[in-house]
Design a protein around this ligand. Structure first.
Ligand code: SF4
Length: 359
């Protein structure tokens, strides 16, 4: 019987295949998924489109001869950067709208910040009466208790840097640290309400299963599942195709060049360094304009700096006004969050900003 280690070993070997082989295999996976879902199960398929990776998937699938009617593309277009919205429109992506606005999500649930996995843990720490106390202890210390065979996991533990900022309610679990509580909420729920649920609902209504532009190398939430389940997965609760699962960043950028995918302005251009490495001259990845996931590791000018340049009124709203403090009644926004986690945002590094446009 294959163990998790075997799956991962096999997957890592796939990631090391030459670009041309990976593209050929991706092509086969697209055809196989279509055949299984449409011809055999008599259901439908669609492409879920967001940023550059899934846009490249859309152009890839079209290059294989599948029309908009055979495999339509859908996306939560309204949330994307305006340059991405423009290309979604050109490419015939069907816009999917959430039932709730982003400011309602932030007010009710909290800010999506740092990373999805860490935001989930922080939101648990922010509840002073959390019932999952064993899990809380594991987040604070890495010690997994009886349920986890008394093992220690650095992966489950939140780094001390964030425990000091958000672990105040559970200080007693880490007497060696001085832990505080933030005066704003953190949440990992935003994507679920804004993107995942609306797209899942569309899929259910259309008896349709998605092609996704996910790559395990992006180390997202689904990295392990992608490695274990591979490109095409027909599970009990999840059925999906991720033909680019074994791709590396260089593969997707090369494919975007080969297919002449229109590159949204948010990414700038795809260029090659003297080492031969491909890169995008502006954002390397995009989420929504005002998403805080990854902001703590982004160099300035970061996404909020760019929003300030492009849409100063919107920037002001998101930085100062989007939320109302439930205790003081004052308006506040991302400015409070960024200050608290130590990300600069008030002064635009003007020289860098100009340089950035010409890199
Ligand atoms: S990318 Fe960020 S802001 Fe956009 S829906 Fe997901 S969590 Fe929310």
């Amino acid at each position: 019987m294959n163990t998790d280690k075997d799956y991962i070993k096999r997957f890592v070997a796939m990631q090391k295949l030459p670009y041309e082989v990976k593209v050929k295999r991706a092509e086969q996976r697209v055809h196989e998924f279509y055949h299984e879902i449409v011809d055999t199960r008599e259901k439908n398929v669609h492409i879920s489109v967001g940023g550059l990776d899934s846009l490249t998937l859309l152009y890839f699938i079209r290059s294989l001869g599948y029309s908009e009617k055979e495999i339509p593309a859908i996306g939560a277009t309204v949330l994307e950067h305006k340059s991405i919205r423009k290309i979604h429109k050109q490419a015939g992506v069907i816009p999917i709208y959430p039932n709730i606005s982003k400011h309602e999500i932030i007010q009710e649930f909290g800010f999506p910040v740092i990373s999805k996995a860490k935001a989930k843990k922080i939101s648990l720490l922010q509840d002073p009466n959390a019932d999952k106390i064993t899990f809380i202890h594991a987040i604070m210390t890495g010690d997994m208790g009886k349920q986890g065979n008394y093992q220690h996991s650095e992966k489950i533990k939140l780094p001390d840097k964030w425990l000091k900022k958000f672990g105040g309610h559970y200080q007693s679990h880490r007497p060696d640290l001085c832990c505080q509580c933030a005066n704003f909420k953190v949440s990992a729920e935003c994507c679920k309400y804004m993107k995942e649920d609306p797209c899942d609902n569309w899929a259910k209504e259309h008896s349709s299963y998605p092609y996704l532009g996910l790559m395990a190398s992006e180390h997202g939430q689904r990295e392990f599942a992608l490695m274990k389940n591979g490109c095409n997965y027909y599970g009990k609760d999840t059925i999906r195709s991720a033909p680019f699962a074994p791709f590396m960043r260089q593969d997707i950028l090369q494919l975007a060049l080969d297919l002449e995918v229109p590159i949204p302005g948010a990414y700038g251009e795809i260029k090659r360094k003297s080492s031969g490495e491909l890169y995008t001259t502006k954002a390397q990845r995009t989420g929504c304009d005002i998403c805080g996931f990854g902001i703590h590791i982004e160099k300035r000018p970061h996404r909020f700096d760019r929003l300030r340049e492009e849409e100063p009124k919107a920037w002001h709203y998101w930085m100062y006004e989007v939320c109302i403090d439930e205790i003081t009644g004052e308006h506040y926004g991302w400015g409070r969050v960024l200050d608290y986690i130590g990300v600069g945002w008030e002064d635009i590094p003007a020289v860098q900003m100009n340089l950035f446009d010409f890199i």
